[in-house]
Design a protein around this ligand. Structure first.
Ligand code: NOJ
Length: 500
């Protein structure tokens, strides 16, 4: 586990740390029985250096000799150096590592234990397509494709231009160079189209059930939209929309949220589905980044915007980051940065065990020690407490949001976003002959009095469907367009048009 599962030594097996292939088969069967679909994380950019392909590639055993990106490097003043200035964010150094046995450098976008596969070798391309088919045969419903942007590198291995930003002096930091030769090459978009074809062909030959493909890329619109494909070729079903991760902070106001929503929707190609991500296992938890008091309003936001709402486990109960000391640190990104800087890079706090209940290890494990320490907050934030029907909870709000998503207005309705002042964001979903749905979200710390009349498309009468935890008004409260709605700090409401 050099990168907790992102360093794969056999693309067709389950690591014994997590169970067996029989466990996996059982998981699929039982999930399907509950109408839950399982998708796999497909990690195409690299393997582990412990993969048989790499071990054989090191020894130049064919056909594996060119399965990875190898280079002699260059001699400068009599000393051998990496071929160019490409760096690895996760190793915090050059992306080239000298291999003393093969006597060449290999390229690794992530840690030294994760050599990049060589997609200019057709055999590698075929291997990875076969792996997609292997897991579809196992019954997975599709794939989250890891780290798509760095899939291909410039064939001529040209140096990348330096940004010269005064606030970015560390050569391995993302902002140090313009990544024009290691990110989002035209060949990468083409490979995504090829994979989607594999998924489509498989479905056509078997159960006719479309398989989902979502790709992980942190690029902004319009560039990221290229991962959807074009008018003649489908790419991914969607590239994750991470705009709410690096671009909002605890101080962001309603205008900034609206600008990000509009930017995605304005750039979205015709006929493609939008998506909204608040958090993932690589970024601090939503509660920690944006404030625990905003959990319900932010979940209301992503679940009432058009398209897919993506939730990282724990965000539905409002988990915050756990504290992980240097001694307990597991993340290579943090370990490689060293004790002084590890807190700037660590992803462990958002990965601490899930809080099921208030018992030992939050009900996550019966072991004496868990792989990362359980956050101290588990006693007050856990599923069991939040499933007690007699109290309002984030989990209950989240469940209500999921139930509301069957409404056609949320599935197919037009979107209007509105900012009433710096703090209040409004999302309206309108579909002819269906009930209008309006989310009213106070993202700020002040009491706001909302004249519903200011929301032009607010229905003449509406019933409160979902309220944030502790809100003044509760489900079932009826308002008319001339009502004034007082909104406490961070409060959120979702209203449904009401015709009686
Ligand atoms: C993105 C994954 O989300 C992250 O956890 C991992 O470290 C890198 N890709 C490398 O696979």
């Amino acid at each position: 586990m050099a990168d907790h599962g992102y360093d794969i030594s056999d693309f067709r097996a389950i690591d014994p740390l997590f169970g067996t292939m029989n466990d996996f088969d059982k998981l699929i069967r039982e999930a399907n029985g509950l109408d839950i679909k399982i998708i796999m994380d497909f990690v195409p950019n690299h393997s582990s250096d412990e993969h048989e392909w790499f071990e054989k590639s090191v020894k130049r055993i064919d056909p594996y000799t060119d399965y990875y990106v190898w280079h002699d490097g260059k001699i400068v003043n009599g000393t051998r150096q990496p071929p160019n200035n490409w760096t690895s964010e996760m190793a915090h150094s050059s992306a080239w590592e000298w291999h003393s046995e093969r006597k060449q450098y290999y390229y690794h976008q992530f840690t030294v234990k994760q050599p990049d596969l060589n997609y200019r070798n057709p055999k590698v391309v075929q291997e990875m397509k076969d792996i997609l088919i292997f897991w579809m045969k196992k019954g997975v419903a599709g794939f989250r494709v890891d780290a798509i942007s760095p899939l291909f590198e410039d064939e001529q291995l040209r140096d990348e231009p330096v940004t010269n930003k005064p606030d970015c002096p560390v050569p391995s930091d993302k902002c140090y160079k313009y990544p024009i030769y290691t990110r989002n090459l035209p060949e990468t978009f083409d490979m995504v189209v090829q994979w989607r074809d594999v998924l489509k062909e498989y479905a056509a030959k078997t159960d006719n059930v479309s398989k989902v493909m979502m790709v992980e890329s942190y690029e902004s619109p319009p560039l990221v939209m290229k991962y959807y494909g074009n008018s003649t070729h489908d790419g991914a079903c969607f590239p994750f929309n991470f705009q709410f991760i690096p671009n909002v902070t605890i101080d962001s106001n309603a205008h900034e949220y609206k600008a990000l929503i509009d930017k995605w929707m304005d750039n979205l190609p015709e006929g493609r589905v939008a998506n909204w991500v608040l958090g993932n296992h690589d970024r601090h938890r939503v509660g920690t980044r944006l404030g625990p008091e905003r959990i319900d309003s932010l979940n209301m936001l992503i679940m009432t915007l058009p398209g897919v709402g993506v939730t990282y486990q724990g965000e539905e109960i409002g988990m915050e980051d756990g504290f992980v000391s240097w001694e307990d640190t597991q993340d290579p990104n943090a370990l490689n940065a060293g004790e002084e800087l590890y807190l700037n890079y660590t992803r462990d706090p958002e990965r601490t065990p899930f809080h099921w209940d208030g018992t030992k290890n939050a009900g996550f494990s019966t072991a004496n020690k868990t792989w990362l320490p359980v956050s101290e907050k588990y006693k007050e934030t856990n599923v069991k407490l939040q499933s007690n029907g007699s109290i309002e909870s984030h989990l209950e709000v989240y469940r209500q949001l999921i139930q509301l998503r069957v409404e056609s207005s949320l599935k197919f309705g037009e979107l209007e976003t509105l900012v009433l002042n710096d703090n209040v964001l409004i999302v309206v979903r309108i579909l002819k002959e269906n009930k209008t749905i309006v989310s009213i979200l106070n993202l700020g710390k002040n009491l706001e009095n909302i004249k519903l009349n200011d929301i032009k498309s607010f229905p003449s009468k509406a019933i409160l469907q979902i309220n944030s935890v502790g809100a003044n008004y509760k489900t079932g409260y009826v308002v008319t367009r001339d009502s004034v709605l007082p909104l406490k700090p961070y409060e959120g409401y979702v209203f449904l048009e009401f015709n009686n």
